[in-house]
Design a protein around this ligand. Sequence first.
Ligand SMILES: [Zn+2]
Ligand SMILES: [Zn+2]
Length: 239
Amino acid sequence: MDVPAFEATFDKDSKVYKVFAVLRDRQWHCRGCEYAHVATTQIAGGAGIQGLQRGTKSRPGMSISSGDHYCPECDATTRHDRWTGHFAEAVPTGSMPRDFARRVVSLLGSRDVVEQTERPANQLTVDHKLPGIRWSPAEGAVQTDYAGMNDDDIRARFQLLKQSNGSVSHNLLKSRACERCFRDGRRGTPFGIVFFHDGGPDWAPEDKRDAAGCVGCGWYDFAEWRDQLNEHLQERSNG
Ligand SMILES: [Zn+2]
Ligand SMILES: [Zn+2]
């Protein structure tokens, strides 16, 4: 796809188009001062840089690099982004059918995996263990093949997180951690607990969409992580 064809896929009044218009020249751009006209506080998010990276059904994703650079305008080192000039395959974002969500809750039991307490279904979020920002196109197809999953697939791919109205919910903590990890390569530490049962504090794979990079992080599979942490503590106390 060339740039004019790519540009034609946007609604020109959208925030995401305004972000694209900043990045299209393939130069570094400062998040601190170059997007004031976009009028968003979420420049990194789905209506901004992440949205451009993911693409949509009608356009591919943009390959964007990010880094900390000195901005003379801000007179500070700030987060900058630069379009590499390349496109990447779009990651599908199929939304989960209601009856599938009900099936997951009845299969996994209506308990939130973090606090291990019973909750009504409307306070639980069916969480893809592998966060959507880490899906390759092939992985996205697997993760959203809701009709084709058997019970083992569901146990392998999903967990139930607390979704409370108002107060901070675990699914929100997780998505913030995963976005930060995607951006900076620093993996999540749920509740400040620095433990990884596979890998270390840094995202390891070369490919940002290699699912293996998430394994070992507490937000990926909380129940497994807790088991492994307990095992680790047990070993230590046994000397
Ligand atoms: Zn700046
Ligand atoms: Zn992660």
